[in-house]
Design a protein around this ligand. Structure first.
Ligand SMILES: NC(=O)c1ccc[n+]([C@@H]2O[C@H](COP(=O)([O-])OP(=O)(O)OC[C@H]3O[C@@H](n4cnc5c(N)ncnc54)[C@H](OP(=O)(O)O)[C@@H]3O)[C@@H](O)[C@H]2O)c1
Length: 422
């Protein structure tokens, strides 16, 4: 039987995408054949299509790392899966658990190795995870790259804990998941965006404070002031162009997870890393073990990824253009006879109410509005505790109202973990 797949004979941009046919592949003994039902785009896929990824890629590669589908056939020695199972592929088929290593992180899908933008894809049986039961295929397809990276940063190395403060940059895929995971764990989440409407959406997903980075280029200082000395953790997706501000925003002894390269620029001063004792940690997606752990949390909390818009498989180039911000005319409908096969993106242009919201914690307002203890009553408490308490942050906001208020409008106390687990 013939089946359709995309490939990139040249890396000259989205127009180079070719749709072709091939025979449905037959699984070898340890392989599983998956009928793909949804796919998702990441910034990396745009870089790969235009040869801006900076790594050796497989010639004529089948693009995309992220997709979800159902098992339709399995090799004779497969024990982990059976027909009908709903699954997603893992980003790096060789990284199942433990710390990263060169042999584990080689062969990422949709770049150095063929990816998943095809109707039928063969996976090694070890290179799949079960889809969270409450998620549809389109939602599941958003998980392998952006969500696992965010989970790795926030929950695995970031030491997520109630009361921690986490800064996310922009409203892209990684940042949305980081925000959702951090809010779920009871962190105070501060978010930046270039767009006030998106900041509102980010608040509806659990951000407590928002800064428009386009209007406020020195957002790092504002964040540091609003948190009484800096955030515990910055989930850094901007790279060279945002690192100087992230170093302003982080507290002494805090952490910056280096993930992305969205913003050009430079000038990060290494002395602020050492003077502040900041931990800078680079990371590359994550292992199957992290993916499975994340899925347990997603399922337990019934968290729903943010999905923007779906395109039929046959219109994948339109999805690429839309994701790149150029194809928003509404010409491509998601309601077609091919509706089940969806290519999804995570631009934040959803109707309100999508995604999980951490409700306000009852009683927080009363706590915040209560008279603050005299300074001698606070003596003897841990300085970090004092610095991070909502009362102190609120005090800063009020004292510097003229400067901070416009950028941090709508700031509120963090939702507690109990709220999120209801
Ligand atoms: N290391 C890894 O394992 C890993 C994994 C996944 C992704 N990444 C990298 O992480 C980055 C984000 O990936 P993604 O797929 O989440 O991207 P994405 O979905 O394309 O994110 C786009 C959003 O990023 C925000 N943005 C752009 N420039 C910004 C800036 N100067 N400051 C703050 N925010 C800015 C914008 O938010 P607003 O519109 O709200 O302003 C934009 O909408 C990329 O560089 C990607 O290559 C790395």
């Amino acid at each position: 039987m013939k089946t359709r797949y995309y490939h990139l004979p040249r890396l000259t941009g989205v127009d180079a995408l070719r749709l072709d046919e091939r025979e449905v592949p037959a699984p070898r003994p340890r392989e599983v054949l998956v009928r793909m039902r949804a796919w998702s785009l990441n910034y990396r896929d745009l870089m790969i299509a235009s040869d801006a990824y900076g790594r050796v890629l497989k010639p004529d590669v089948v693009p995309l790392s992220d997709g979800a589908g159902e098992v339709v056939d399995a090799g004779s020695e497969v024990t982990r899966w059976r027909e009908g199972d709903r699954v997603a592929g893992i980003f790096m088929p060789g990284w199942l658990s433990g710390p990263p290593a060169a042999r584990k992180t080689a062969g990422a899908l949709g770049g150095p190795a063929d990816g998943v933008l095809a109707e039928y894809v063969l996976f090694d049986e070890e290179a799949l995870v079960a889809a969270p039961a409450h998620l549809n295929f389109a939602e599941t397809a958003t998980l392998p790259c952006a969500a696992v990276t965010a989970w790795h940063a926030v929950a695995v190395t970031g030491g997520l804990a109630p009361g921690q403060s986490v800064l996310t940059l922009g409203s892209g895929g990684v940042s949305l998941f980081a925000l959702q995971f951090a809010a779920l764990g009871g962190a105070r989440v501060l978010a930046t965006s270039s767009d006030d409407a998106k900041l509102e959406r980010l608040r509806s997903l659990g951000a407590t404070d928002g800064v428009n980075y386009a209007r406020t280029p020195d957002w790092g200082r504002l964040v540091a002031e609003a948190t009484g000395g800096g955030v515990d953790h910055v989930v850094e997706v901007g790279g060279a162009g945002t690192l100087p501000q992230s170093l302003e925003a982080v507290r002494v002894g805090g952490r910056i997870s280096l993930i992305g390269v969205l913003a050009r620029g430079g000038g990060a001063d290494p002395s602020s890393v050492l003077l502040k004792g900041v931990t800078l940690q680079g990371m590359f997606v994550g292992s199957r073990e992290m993916f499975e752990q994340m899925n347990r949390a997603i399922e337990h909390h019934r968290l729903r990824p943010v999905v923007d818009r779906a395109f039929p498989f046959a219109e994948a180039p339109a999805a690429y253009w839309y994701f790149a911000g150029r194809g928003t005319s509404g010409r491509w409908s998601s309601r077609t006879s091919d509706d089940e096969r969806r290519l999804t993106g995570r631009l934040l242009t959803l109707p309100k109410g999508e995604g999980r919201r951490c409700p306000r914690q009852p009683g927080r307002r009363a706590e915040r509005d209560a008279p603050r203890p005299a300074s001698d009553e606070r003596k003897g408490t841990d300085p970090h505790e004092r610095r991070r308490s909502p009362g102190r942050a609120e005090g800063l906001l009020q004292r510097r109202r003229g400067r901070i208020r416009p950028a941090l409008r709508g700031a509120r106390s963090p939702a507690g973990i109990a709220d999120c687990r209801r």
